[in-house]
Design a protein around this ligand. Structure first.
Ligand SMILES: [Zn+2]
Length: 456
């Protein structure tokens, strides 16, 4: 990285590595955090010592670590609101898959751009994604300057990007090779589920994750009906089945993990596998409430994800933190089941550990300057006694006023600095019109297919 002048960000609050600090200062240089200290400790002679240093006071705001969205399907942003109020398998088979079949590369790219804009504007600095045509997603992520762990979803049947199982694995490997030295993007293998893949894909992609020291991402135990399907196909529920293949270990990232037995929680903990909790997607699809408290008690690292915008319907990690904390309390009927600092850690440090990112997800010295700033001046965030409580229980993504990745400000008080938002909005409207045409055509087709045949 090129040498950049020192930047001092000050604000009413900073959530540093040791917790919240009132009137704090974050010192950033060359894309990294040099330190966090109380504002009064910043020497008055600062600008004399470093005349090119920049000082920016953010006022009634909170500087906090950038949020990590550990599970997303970014291009599904263009399917937001088209298939609400359905059960998971119906949602997939009747709502989502027929529309996704019509996606073009350009639609995939624009969907990813919309999702990136939404995530940037709500303080997300890194996300994990699972989709097809992931090269288009990489193109969007690269353009906007986010960090990401991307994957070409592995399915046991032909997709738009590969025909056979062998081709799916070869494509996965080629992306992992291509991006292995990229400063902000890396690729990981991501079998879609245990029932939409074949065992060869699971086993070989798991080995590939080891070879590249990457995480291995899979939707697992999302619903009782998923477990029933896996049982029917493989004679075991998802977790024991993955374990029997040797696919549960420290690099395994089990997305959802809702329908788990106590024994399965023990297996996950013993293998060191990680879980990504997507509470709002799980609730919307009525999949259930993951046993987050039990997983955490067993020592499992749990991160947070939004899932795609078609099942959430926003990519807002503040919403997930709140849902995780509130949901755990109701599930256990215990208000102490998940504390605000734990929910924030799930969205930051645990996300970094789960995705095997080479940093901690905190504002500790030496860490990349990935951060977001929460505007506390809004009435629903006043007064502020504890910014961690506000981040989890009172704030929403739209309260974020600044987002920085690797020392670069990419969003600043409503302005996107790495993308042309008006142009993106126009493109999004065009896609919406195109999607409506597709849906009308599919509806007409369905009516024709179900129309009683003339007797003559
Ligand atoms: Zn998902």
């Amino acid at each position: 990285m090129n040498h950049t002048p020192p930047l001092f960000l000050t604000a009413r609050w900073v959530i540093g590595p040791d917790g919240p600090m009132e009137n704090g200062c974050v010192h950033i240089e060359d894309g990294r955090i040099l330190g966090v200290c109380p504002r009064h400790e910043v020497p008055a002679t600062l600008f004399e010592d470093a005349p090119n240093a920049e000082h920016r006071d953010l006022g009634e705001a909170c500087i906090m670590p950038g949020l990590i969205n550990a599970h997303c399907h970014a291009p599904m942003a263009i399917l937001r609101g088209v298939a609400d109020d359905m059960e998971l398998l119906t949602w997939l088979e009747k709502g989502v898959w027929p529309l996704e079949k019509e996606f073009t590369r350009e639609m995939t790219f624009l969907g990813a751009m919309l999702a990136c804009a939404e995530m940037i504007a709500s303080g997300i600095t890194c996300f994990a994604d699972m989709y097809v045509w992931s090269g288009e997603i990489a193109r969007a992520v690269e353009a906007v300057g986010l960090r990401a762990v991307l994957s070409e979803g592995l399915l046991g049947f032909p997709t738009r990007t590969y025909g056979s199982v062998e081709e799916s694995l070869a494509l996965c490997r080629s992306f992992m090779e291509e991006f292995k030295n990229h400063p902000l993007i890396r690729f990981a293998p991501a079998p879609h589920t245990a029932f939409t893949t074949v065992s060869k894909q699971l086993v070989e992609s798991y080995a590939m994750a080891g070879e590249f020291d990457a995480p291995w991402l899979i939707h697992a135990a999302e619903t009782a009906s998923e477990n029933a399907r896996v049982q029917e196909l493989h004679g075991q529920r998802t977790i024991p089945f993955l374990d029997s293949l040797g696919c549960l270990g420290e690099r395994s990232v089990l997305v959802h993990a809702v329908d788990l037995t106590d024994e399965e929680i023990e297996i996950i903990a013993a293998r060191g596998a990680k879980v990504v909790h997507c509470p709002r997607s799980n609730w919307k699809l009525a999949s259930g409430m993951a046993p987050v408290h039990g997983l955490a008690e067993a020592g499992v690292t749990v991160a947070l994800g939004t899932d795609g915008a078609a099942s959430n319907n926003t990519l807002d990690i503040f919403g997930e933190m709140r849902a995780a904390a509130l949901g755990a309390k109701v599930r256990e009927m215990d208000p102490t089941a998940l504390h605000a600092p734990q929910a924030l850690a799930m969205a930051t440090q645990n996300g970094a550990a789960t995705l095997r990112l080479p940093f901690s997800g905190t504002l500790a010295p030496g860490q990349p300057a990935d951060l977001c700033v929460l505007n506390l001046a809004a009435p629903h965030l006043q007064p502020c006694h504890d910014p961690v409580s506000h981040a989890v229980y009172a704030a929403q993504g739209s309260d974020v006023c600044l987002t920085m990745v690797a020392g670069h400000v990419i969003y600043d008080h409503g302005a996107f600095l790495t993308l042309d938002y008006p142009a993106l909005l126009d493109a999004g409207q065009e896609i919406a019109a195109h999607m409506r045409e597709i849906m009308d055509r599919q509806e007409r087709q369905r009516c024709e297919d179900t129309r009683p045949q003339d007797s003559d």
